[in-house]
Design a binder for this molecule. Sequence first.
Ligand SMILES: [Zn+2]
Length: 272
Amino acid sequence: MNAFARVVREAVKYFLKNGYESQEQLIRWQELIRQAATGETADDYQSMVTTRLTQAYDRQVNRGLMLKRHVGVPVFTIHHLQPKMRAELDRRILASVDLIKLNREKAVTTTLSRFSGWASSIPPADTIALRGVQGTMLKTAQHIQKSALQMDYEARRVMIDQGHKLIANIDNVVATNNNAIAARWHSHWRRPGYDYRKDHKERDELVYMIRGNWAQEKGYIKPGSAGYLDEVTQPGEEVFCSCYVTYIYNLRSVPEDMLTQKGIQFMESVRK
Ligand SMILES: [Zn+2]
């Protein structure tokens, strides 16, 4: 639990016990809550996000997990592209810190206004029991604490989402620099509990052509039934999309319906 959520919990406990005594008392608690919120600095988030995304980067790039999505691309090419991929990592870290900060400010404001409204509506302690309002008071208190805890949850969600976006972007760097010609979509819709988008499930296993690729310019391939990759949202582009694509770099791996007559002839001539 973060310091902010902890102080909110203490404040709620205090008011449940003592009731609303005075405006001064409320202002004092509001001040404590605000202090706890600003006590956690952006630096804390910066280091958390940096660690998390750098780990994902290491797994993908340095330990070569990403090679699975780029069959046929040699390892040295990937090393060669490190500066460009590093830039993607830095960009993602900055974007994540910004997002987390924004969400946080929102959570603090919401919590404070909920808390203030709630605390000032509580009767004095000696009448709480008489009026039989403990039940509803507790319920509201839980609601307030939830918005304080939401902050950590949101921060985790942002990091997971930005992790997917990072992977999609470094994949894109490799695909662009190695002249990928098509991409096969993969959705995690089979994964239990994964809240997949219906239209992304339908994209699963479809092969999209990359517009203007060398094989198209030579007249060897044409878009298949799925069309071009730039006609759909990119993997990881929509919020919490964890779809990914594997890239295709040679004619042999392209589905037959995407090959033109010229492409088929070319392949046959190569085989001979
Ligand atoms: Zn998706």
